[in-house]
Design a protein around this ligand. Structure first.
Ligand SMILES: NC(=O)c1ccc[n+]([C@@H]2O[C@H](COP(=O)([O-])OP(=O)(O)OC[C@H]3O[C@@H](n4cnc5c(N)ncnc54)[C@H](O)[C@@H]3O)[C@@H](O)[C@H]2O)c1
Ligand SMILES: O=C(O)[C@H](O)COP(=O)(O)O
Length: 529
């Protein structure tokens, strides 16, 4: 009996989806002609949704996906998915960023050459019966300058091919370093330098607030006369109205467009220009790319559904496999400490102060804080909290999160110390990971303890006096609750003391309340870790 239901709502290579289609854990439904309302109506039945760029995964659809855990995009761009809404609802969004790089780069190059040599126009005329050689004089790429805006996977591949054609390549990307540019034989440039010096300009950025209309009237005015532009990334990076004007004036000699601000671009005036070479968003449309992206997204989707590590999440920081493996024990520890510290107070949380000490301070701490918040919030909010939405929910509850790192600790080689501050009190816990022993809780309040963070914990704060352990033990015995381990500590003889019992199952409410009422018990808590 399959455990998970996956809906595929866009055409995705079935060959590539093999891992999902053959998994006994998964039931896959392929329905590629759903209207938005139909999708909204059925999405509640599925654990995962798999799309390309056609399906608009809106906040409304995500909200209706009561069981939705993951949205997979068989491709790069996730602009058709409301990722902010997915984060709010705790849904992981994954993509397949590598599988269509070469296809899109080759398509860009095909468009570049088709535009330079007017191949589609000549082809159309000849097919229509006219042998016209004088209207289709093109330009060479040899010796020309290509400007690349966005030097990620596709941009860098385009550069390699342009260099092979003896073009000079100028590149701008906020993450491009001089060393990498030099190693690849391209000149690191500013947007202005590209705009003013390039004969051809191609864009390979995502569409964001910053890249929307990256090339617009201002830039066109400063371009070389007769410049040629390409967009095989996302409609809207080049301002379409400004482009039409520049084509009209002759400032831009030609454009090659695979993507549009509105798709399909019905009635878009750009289609009327003879100088515009165009394709209907075909960058990733090769047999190879479609199989690759489907294989990648199917494998990741399966990993997520089966609670295995995954790497291509768009709304979660990605961790390389070895980093994740090294962090794994601390992630569990952090989550358990979050739950434990939450169980120590009834007040509403204002601030959480996390200190990473010793070895822990050297590496990435964000994932541990994320797991800590998940443990902390799910103590009160249960399963609605997960690793995706925990930081968002903490922010929504106005819980300030403060992280401190200190590379040394006088006792432990690594220590995760958590102080939770409420309106009226502050509670503290700490844990460590000891090789060969595993994760340990080493502090509760101001008491030193040594406990494995697991199972049912009963914790009392009481006055140190004879008979306290006996009374609690007797009550548990009467309720047939077995005690697996016990820790006691005190500040001083006759002063405040702590007792932590690890028991085999959670006692009935009646037993818990009876223990709470024992004279001289000042605080009693139970928690499942
Ligand atoms: N036409 C298609 O069918 C098709 C296929 C695949 C990808 N794409 C699109 O191509 C684009 C690039 O894909 P990729 O796989 O190379 O992505 P990528 O993430 O590897 O590269 C994008 C690069 O753009 C850079 N960038 C972001 N903001 C920038 C800015 N303001 N100025 C300059 N650079 C900026 C980023 O730093 C990054 O290096 C995306 O928009 C993707 O959706 C289109
Ligand atoms: O971002 C992408 O991967 C491309 O735009 C491909 O989109 P498609 O899967 O709809 O062809």
């Amino acid at each position: 009996m399959p455990k998970y239901r996956v809906l595929v709502s866009d055409p995705i290579s079935e060959q590539g989806l093999g891992a999902l289609l053959t998994s006994p854990d998964v039931d896959v439904d392929i329905q590629t002609d759903l209207a938005p309302d139909e999708l909204k109506e059925i999405i509640g039945d599925y654990d995962a949704l798999l799309v390309r760029s056609q399906t608009k995964v809106t906040a409304e659809i995500i909200a209706a996906g009561k069981n939705l855990r993951v949205i997979g995009r068989a491709g790069v761009g996730v602009d058709n998915i409301d990722t902010a809404a997915a984060t709010r609802y705790g849904v992981v969004v994954i993509n397949a960023p590598d599988g269509n790089t070469i296809s899109t780069c080759e398509h860009t190059f095909a468009m570049l050459m088709a535009m330079a040599r007017k191949i589609p126009q000549a082809h159309g005329k000849l097919k229509a019966g006219t042998w016209d050689r004088k209207s289709f004089v093109g330009v060479e790429l040899n010796g020309k300058t290509l400007g690349i805006l966005g030097f990620g996977r596709i941009g860098a591949e385009v550069a390699k091919r342009a260099l092979a054609f003896n073009m000079r390549v100028l590149a701008f990307d906020p993450f491009l370093t001089r060393e990498r540019a030099e190693a690849l034989g391209v000149k690191m440039s500013t947007v202005d330098e590209i705009v003013e010096n390039a004969d051809f300009i191609t864009v390979h950025t995502p569409l964001t607030k910053e890249t929307k209309h990256l090339l617009s009237r201002d830039q066109f005015a400063r371009m070389k006369d007769g410049v040629r532009l390409l967009n095989c990334a996302r409609g809207g990076i080049i301002d379409e109205k400004a482009l039409a004007e520049a084509l009209e004036s002759g400032k831009v000699a030609a454009a090659a467009l695979d993507v549009f601000e509105e798709e399909p671009p019905l009635g878009n005036p750009l289609l009327d220009y003879d100088q515009v070479v165009t394709t209907p968003h075909l960058g990733a449309s090769t047999e190879e790319a479609q199989i690759n992206v489907a294989i990648d997204v199917a494998a990741e989707l399966l990993n997520i559904l089966q609670d295995k590590p995954f790497k291509n999440a768009v709304n979660l920081p990605s961790l390389p496999g070895d980093v994740r493996q090294a962090l794994e024990p601390y992630l569990t520890l952090a989550e358990k400490l979050g739950t434990l510290v939450s169980s120590l107070t009834d007040d509403s949380v204002r601030r959480i102060e996390v200190t990473y000490a010793g070895k822990l301070a050297d590496g990435q701490t964000e994932p541990m804080t994320r797991y800590l918040l998940k443990g902390l919030l799910s103590y009160h909010q249960g399963e609605t909290v997960n690793y995706v939405n925990a930081p968002f929910l903490a922010e929504q509850h106005r819980i300030a999160v403060e992280e401190t790192k200190t590379t040394r600790h006088h006792v432990y080689n690594n220590l995760l110390h958590v102080r939770l501050v409420t309106e009226g009190e502050a509670v503290t816990v700490a844990g460590t990971f000891i090789d060969g022993l595993g994760p340990r809780i080493v502090q509760i309040g101001d008491f030193t303890v040594d406990l494995a963070p697991q199972g049912v914990l009963l914790m009392t704060e009481h006055r140190d006096k004879p008979g306290m352990i006996g009374q609690v033990g007797t009550m548990l015995g009467m309720a047939e609750i077995n005690i697996a381990s016990m820790q006691v500590g005190r500040r001083e003889e006759g002063g405040r003391a702590l007792m932590v019992l690890q028991v085999d199952k959670t006692p009935e409410e009646e037993t818990l309340r009876a223990i709470e009422k024992i004279a001289d018990i000042t605080k009693f808590r139970d928690v499942v870790l």
